[in-house]
Ligand binder design. Structure first.
Ligand code: SER
Length: 856
C-alpha cells in the first residue's frame, strides 16, 4: 500500500516531470503578509507574483504546503474532529502556472494523476465549474474522459475562490470523490452537500484581484493555482473514509489511546480525533515561530491548545499530556518537515507549560459551565455575560464555550459576549472616569463639513471649529472638531490631554479617543467643562499639553528602537504582542519564551542608547502599503493598515509602519533604561522602560531608595552596638565578680593583677572601677592587648590613693613595657609597645606594690 509519504512524493514527481520546479513549503506563520494570521493555501507565498508585483523565478512550480485554517475567511474549526476529514492543519499539494499554461493543462494533468497514476475510480469522480465558465466545462469533456453528466456547475460560493478579504482570486474547478459504500446511490445532488462527497482538489484560474472596496480588477496575466488536500487523497487511495484511518494519523490516534487508556472508536472518537488534529496545528505553528498569547495569532494558538486540553479532560486526563504526542508526530512528519524535529523540545516545552497553566482553571470553568447550563435545554441560549465570565475568569475562549454548548444543542449569545468584552475594555481603559457616566446621549451638531483632520504631526496647537458635541453627566463633554492637534489613542500610544478654549469657555481635555460616529471614524476629545457652557461657541483654540506629548514622543520612538534591539539580541521570533506608550513610561509585550537575562537586558539597553547617541534624524513618510513593505518596514500583526501608511524610519536601524508621534532626532530621547521585566503569560514577556528625564527620575528614586536603605542600616548598626555594649556590660559584671574573688593581699592591702580580653580601653577602665568598688579597699591592675599593644589600667580606692597613687604606680608598670603612662591618683593608664611584655609587667605588680607600701 502507498504511504502518505509516497503519495506526497508522487505528486511532486509527477509535476516535476512536467517542468515544474519544486518550491519548499513556506512557514505556517506568514512572514510578510499582515492580511493573514496563518498560511492558509499553497498560493500564499506566490501572492506577489499573481499581483504582478514580483517576477516569477520559474513559470511552473509544485510543492506541498503546510496550511492552517482556523480563523479568517477559510475556517474549518467547527467541523474538526466532529467529522473525519476537516483539519486545523493540513498539507496542500499544489501546482502553479505563472502566466504560463492555463485551464486545459491544469484539468488534463489533474485527471491524469488522479486516475492514471493513482488509479482512482473514474465513476466516483465529479468535476464542478463556475456557472459562467463554459470554457472549463467544455475542457473537462474534451481533455479528459470524465462522463459529461459528472461535470456540474455552481455559483460564486462554491466555485469562485478568494484568498481573503482582498487579494488574488478567480473562478475555480473542483474535483470531488464519492466514497459512499453504494455507488448506485451516488447522485449529482450530493456534490457540495453530503459528507460522502469529498472535495479532493481545487483548480483555481487566478485572473482577478479583489480590492478593499469590494470591486474586482483584472490581473495583467492569467495563472493557475491548484490545491489538493493530501490527507483526503491519502484516505481515498488507502481505501478509507476517514483521514484518521490513514498512516498520517493512526500513530497519533493510537498514542492518544495509549496515553489516556481510552481505546479509539470511529463512531465516538471526537476527542481522539481533535487531539490528533490539534497537536499537528500546535506543533507546526510553534515550529514556525508562533507562540501562545492573548492577541492575534498567539491567541489562535492558545485557543486550539485549550480546546485540546478540554478534550483531554473528557478522556480523563488531569495532568499535562498533549505534549507527549510531539515525538510521535515527529516520527510521522519530521522527514518531510525537518523544522519539526529540530524544535521538538521547544515545542513540547511550550505545550506543556500552556497545558499546566490552563489546567489550573479548566476544572473550575467546566464546573461553572455545568452549573450555568444545568437549567438549559437543547435550543436554549447561553447568555453573553456567562460566556464572558468563562472567558474572563477561567480563560475559556469563546469558541470553546460554543463548542461545549453545541454538544448540548445550546447556542451562545455571541453579541452579548462581544458587548461584555467591549464594556470590560472600556472599563479597563477609562479607569474611574468612564463607565456609568457615559450614559448615551445624542450629539449636537454645531457646524457641518469634514471633521477630525489630524494636525498633530505638524503642531501641538491649532485653531479649530466644533463640529459636534454631546453632554454627559458631571460636566463631562465629548467634542469633535473639524481639525485637531490631539492624538487619539492608537497603536499603544495613549491619547493627548490639553485644553479647548474660547472667550468665556474652558474645556479641559482629559483624553482623546477614536470612535465611530454616524458610520465613520472620528477623533473625540473627552473633556471636562471648567468654564462657560457649550452653547454659542464654534471656534476654539485647541492646545495639547505639550510637555506631556513630548514625553510620549520620546517613549514612542524608544519603543521602536527597543523593538528592533529585541530582534537583534533575542532573535527574529520576537513579535510585538502589545504595547503602551505613556508620558512616564513605555511598556512592551513580546513573544519570547524565556526570562531575559541581565546580560540580554544590558545589551538591549546599550544598543538603544547607542542609537540615541548617534542622534539620527527620524524620517517619517507617507507611502503606499506595498511600497512600504517592499522597503522593509515592519508591520505589526493584528493591526489594520489602509492603502496609505506612515513609515517611521530610523535610518539603518528600525523601520515600522506607525501613525504615532515621534521625535525628530534620536538624540531627543536622551537616555533609555529598562526598569522591569516579567512574565505576562506563557511565551509572552513584558518589559517596562523609561526615557529622557524619566531615566534621571528613575535613578534619583533609586538613589534615594538606596539612601534610605543605607540609613536604615546605619540605624540598625547603632542599635546592634547598643545591644552589644549592654551585653558586654553584663558580661563584665560577671567578670568583675570573678576577678574580685581572686584578689590577693600584700602588706595588709588587697590587690588584683591580671590580664583580660576586652574591646577597648574604656571597657577596661570600667571593669577596673567595678572591681575596685566591689573590693571597697584595693589596688586593681588590669592589663590587656589592644590593636597589638599592651595596655595597663590601675584603679585605686580613695583610702589608698595617698599610699599608692595610681598615676605614679602605673608609670612604673609602663616603663616595664617600654612605654609611659599617667592619670589621677585613683585611675591611671599606661601603654607599651611590645605585647609580650604585658605579662612581665603584671607579674611585677606584687613586688612593686610591696616596695611602695613599705617605703613609707
Ligand atoms: N488556493 C486554492 C485553495 O486554497 C487552491 O489551492 O483552495
Amino acid at each position: 500500500m502507498k504511504t502518505g509519504k509516497d503519495i506526497r512524493q508522487d505528486f511532486i514527481s509527477f509535476f516535476k516531470e512536467k517542468d515544474h520546479r519544486f518550491v519548499r513549503s513556506s512557514p505556517v506563520v506568514p512572514i510578510d503578509d499582515p492580511t493573514l494570521l496563518f498560511t492558509n493555501a499553497g498560493m500564499n507565498q506566490f501572492k506577489p507574483i499573481f499581483l504582478g508585483q514580483e517576477a516569477p523565478k520559474q513559470k511552473r512550480a509544485v510543492n506541498s504546503q503546510k496550511c492552517i485554517r482556523v480563523s479568517g475567511k477559510h475556517n474549518d474549526l467547527e467541523e474538526v474532529g466532529v467529522d473525519n476529514y476537516h483539519h486545523t492543519f493540513f498539507e496542500m499539494l499544489g501546482n502553479w502556472s505563472f502566466g504560463d499554461y492555463y485551464k486545459a493543462e491544469a484539468i488534463e494533468w489533474a485527471w491524469e494523476l488522479l486516475t492514471g497514476v493513482w488509479g482512482l475510480d473514474k465513476r466516483r469522480l465529479w468535476a464542478t465549474v463556475h456557472d459562467s465558465d463554459d470554457e472549463a466545462a467544455q475542457l473537462w469533456t474534451q481533455v479528459t474522459d470524465i462522463p459529461a453528466h459528472q461535470v456540474l456547475r455552481f455559483g460564486d460560493k462554491e466555485n469562485f475562490w478568494e484568498m481573503g478579504e482582498t487579494g488574488p482570486c478567480g473562478p475555480c474547478s473542483e474535483i470531488h470523490y464519492y466514497d459512499g459504500p453504494d455507488i448506485s446511490r451516488m447522485k449529482a445532488e450530493g456534490v457540495n452537500a453530503g459528507p460522502e462527497y469529498k472535495e479532493l482538489w481545487n483548480l483555481v484560474f487566478i485572473q482577478n484581484r479583489r480590492l478593499e472596496n469590494g470591486a474586482l480588477e483584472d490581473l495583467p496575466a492569467k495563472h493557475v493555482d491548484t490545491g489538493a488536500g493530501l490527507e483526503r487523497i491519502v484516505a481515498v487511495i488507502q481505501g478509507q473514509t476517514s483521514n484518521y484511518a490513514t498512516d498520517l494519523f493512526i500513530p497519533l490516534i493510537e498514542h492518544v489511546a495509549q496515553l489516556t487508556g481510552v481505546p479509539y472508536d470511529d463512531s465516538q472518537g471526537v476527542a481522539h480525533r481533535v487531539l490528533a488534529d490539534h497537536i499537528r496545528m500546535l506543533a507546526f505553528s510553534l515550529a514556525d515561530g508562533a507562540l501562545p498569547g492573548n492577541e492575534g495569532r498567539g491567541y489562535v494558538v492558545r485557543r486550539i491548545l485549550r480546546r485540546a486540553a478540554r478534550f483531554g479532560r473528557q478522556l480523563g486526563q488531569l495532568e499535562p499530556f498533549i505534549y507527549r504526542l510531539v515525538p510521535t508526530l515527529v516520527d510521522i512528519m519530521g522527514e518531510a518537515y525537518p523544522e519539526l524535529g529540530e524544535k521538538r523540545q521547544f515545542i513540547a516545552k511550550v505545550i506543556k507549560a500552556e497545558e499546566s497553566a490552563f489546567g489550573e482553571t479548566l476544572d473550575r470553568g467546566l464546573e461553572l459551565f455545568g452549573d450555568i447550563t444545568s437549567g438549559l435545554q437543547a435550543g436554549d441560549t447561553l447568555s453573553g455575560d456567562e460566556a464572558f465570565k468563562l472567558y474572563d475568569t477561567y480563560g475559556f475562549p469563546l469558541d470553546l464555550t460554543e463548542l461545549m454548548a453545541r454538544e448540548r444543542g445550546i447556542t451562545v449569545d455571541q453579541r452579548g459576549f462581544d458587548k461584555a468584552m467591549a464594556a470590560q475594555k472600556k472599563r479597563a481603559r477609562g479607569g474611574g472616569k468612564g463607565g456609568g457616566k457615559k450614559a448615551q446621549r445624542d450629539w449636537t451638531t454645531v457646524t457641518k463639513g469634514r471633521d477630525s483632520v489630524f494636525r498633530g504631526h505638524e503642531t501641538t496647537q491649532h485653531k479649530a471649529v466644533i463640529r459636534k458635541y454631546r453632554l454627559l453627566e458631571d460636566q463631562a463633554v465629548e467634542v469633535i472638531l473639524d481639525q485637531t492637534p490631539f492624538y487619539a489613542e492608537a497603536g499603544g500610544q495613549i491619547g493627548d490631554t490639553g485644553t479647548l478654549t474660547a472667550s468665556g469657555l474652558l474645556l479641559q481635555v482629559m483624553d482623546t479617543q477614536k470612535l465611530v460616529v454616524d458610520g465613520h471614524e472620528v477623533i473625540v476629545h473627552e473633556c471636562e467643562l471648567r468654564k462657560g457652557d457649550m452653547e454659542n461657541h464654534q471656534a476654539v483654540h485647541a492646545k495639547v499639553n505639550q510637555e506631556r506629548r513630548q514625553a510620549i514622543r520620546l517613549n514612542h520612538t524608544a519603543t521602536h528602537l527597543m523593538h528592533q534591539a529585541l530582534k537583534v539580541v533575542l532573535g527574529d521570533h520576537i513579535q510585538q504582542a502589545g504595547s503602551l506608550v505613556a508620558p512616564d513610561r513605555l511598556r512592551f509585550d513580546l513573544t519570547h519564551y524565556e526570562k531575559l537575562t541581565s546580560d540580554e537586558i544590558e545589551r538591549i539597553e546599550t544598543m538603544v542608547n547607542q542609537v540615541i547617541r548617534e542622534n539620527q534624524a527620524v524620517d517619517t513618510k507617507v507611502m503606499g502599503f506595498d511600497e512600504a513593505r517592499e522597503s522593509g518596514a515592519v508591520a505589526l500583526f493584528g493591526e489594520k493598515y489602509g492603502d496609505e501608511v506612515r513609515v517611521v524610519d530610523v535610518p539603518g536601524f528600525s523601520k515600522e509602519l506607525c501613525g504615532g508621534t515621534h521625535v525628530e532626532r534620536t538624540g531627543d530621547i536622551g537616555a533609555f533604561k529598562i526598569t522591569a521585566e516579567s512574565s505576562l503569560a506563557a511565551g509572552v514577556r513584558r518589559i517596562e522602560a523609561v526615557t529622557g528625564a524619566g531615566v534621571f527620575k528613575y535613578y534619583r528614586t533609586l538613589v534615594s531608595e538606596l539612601d534610605s536603605k543605607a540609613e536604615k542600616q546605619r540605624d540598625r548598626i547603632k542599635q546592634l552596638e547598643r545591644q552589644l555594649r549592654a551585653a558586654s556590660k553584663a558580661q563584665s559584671a560577671d567578670l568583675g565578680e570573678t576577678i574580685a574573688a581572686e584578689a590577693q593581699m600584700i602588706e595588709g592591702v588587697r590587690f588584683v593583677a591580671r590580664s583580660v580580653e576586652i574591646g577597648d580601653v574604656d571597657q577596661l577602665k570600667d571593669l577596673a572601677a567595678e572591681i575596685k568598688h566591689k573590693l571597697k579597699s584595693a589596688v586593681v591592675t588590669l592589663g590587656t592587648v589592644l590593636d597589638g599593644k599592651p595596655l595597663v589600667v590601675v584603679a585605686v580606692t580613695d583610702d589608698l590613693k595617698e599610699r599608692v597613687p595610681a598615676g605614679k604606680f602605673v608609670k612604673e608598670l609602663g616603663r616595664l613595657m617600654g612605654g609611659g603612662g599617667g592619670g589621677t591618683s585613683i585611675m591611671a593608664t599606661a601603654g607599651g609597645k611590645d605585647p609580650a611584655k604585658l605579662e612581665a609587667s603584671l607579674n611585677a605588680v606584687a613586688d612593686k606594690l610591696k616596695i611602695m607600701l613599705t617605703e613609707r
